[in-house]
Design a protein around this ligand. Structure first.
Ligand code: FAD
Length: 265
């Protein structure tokens, strides 16, 4: 983005424009490289749509679009779904009933200082933080789906999505290694929120100073003290996280009430 397109935003907020842009990119660009979905891919995609349709605190037409997509996917007796059928549903069938998802990207808190930086991966992290926080706030939301009462439901769905579809395969490998190590030990919906936060910070520290880092958005251990002063503590001269405070902060930061509609057209 050039300075001309720069969008002012508040770092203490989450932007609906980033989340909708991310969903647009996922459904219309990332998935498009898979001509047909079958087997593991189909399971990964169905679980993803289930979790997003049930937990994403989005605008009504977008949530309805996701619910319609889910109904369609679950009603199909097919073992194989051509990607074109999904695209046709998202683009054409739904538009007739006014269910519309933006057809271009508009990054706000995920905007980068150049076209190749930030954007989609940033929105995907944001989406999954929102989903783990929503699952912890509304534990009944996944009732009547195969994912109910599983404290790892959102994390395992993210894991399958990332390893199956995420365009950055290197990222998928790294994430799978972290998942294998400790995702199975997550015992509650609250722990799932913290697990994702901890792993995201681990990724931030690995990537600090790397080529993929946007100089305007250096990788930090997040939330920084200005965003959450009570999350930090010093013990014997060493920094420690106050995880109970981090938990409270994450649930608030990634809550529906903290999503700004600004810039979402
Ligand atoms: P991001 O890391 O994308 O974070 C987005 C926003 O989330 C931040 O602006 C901040 O508001 C918030 N945030 C930051 N840290 C946390 C936290 N700990 N908890 C909650 N919220 C937080 N890139 C690589 O080059 N190599 C990799 O191996 C790699 N692996 C990835 C694995 C996954 C699963 C994903 C989704 C992305 C991966 N990426 C990888 C991309 C990389 O992590 C960043 O998304 C990308 O570099 C853009 O960074 P960013 O500055 O927008 O911040």
């Amino acid at each position: 983005a050039t300075m001309k397109d720069w969008k002012e935003f508040d770092r203490s907020k989450v932007y609906m424009a980033d989340l909708e842009s991310g969903l647009h990119y996922l459904l219309r660009v990332e998935l498009a490289s898979h001509h047909t979905l079958e087997g593991e891919e189909l399971v990964a995609f169905k679980d993803f749509v289930t979790v997003v349709a049930k937990l994403f605190p989005g605008r009504q037409p977008v949530v309805k679009l996701l619910e319609t997509l889910l109904e369609w996917l679950t009603s199909l007796p097919l073992e194989k779904i051509p990607y074109d059928a999904i695209l046709d549903l998202v683009n054409n069938k739904m538009r007739i009933s006014g269910l519309y998802l933006t057809d271009h990207v508009q990054w706000v808190s995920c905007q980068g200082s150049s076209m190749t930086l930030r954007g989609y991966p940033c929105s995907l992290w944001t989406l999954f933080h929102i989903l783990t926080a929503q699952a912890a706030q509304r534990p009944d939301a996944l009732a009547n789906t195969g994912l109910f009462y599983d404290p790892q439901a959102v994390l395992q769905t993210m894991r399958r999505y990332i390893t199956t579809f995420f365009g950055c395969q290197e990222c998928g490998k790294h994430f799978e290694a972290m998942a294998k190590e400790s995702m199975n030990s997550v015992k509650s919906l609250d722990e799932a929120v913290l697990w994702l936060w901890r792993k995201h910070n681990q990724v931030n520290s690995r990537l600090a100073g790397a080529m993929s880092e946007d100089p305007v958005f250096p990788k930090t251990q997040w939330p920084t003290p200005d965003l959450c002063p009570t999350c930090h503590e010093e013990q014997n001269g060493l920094h420690v996280w106050k995880e109970d405070m981090v938990q409270v902060f994450l649930k608030k930061h990634y809550s529906a009430a903290n999503i700004s509609p600004k810039y979402s057209s």
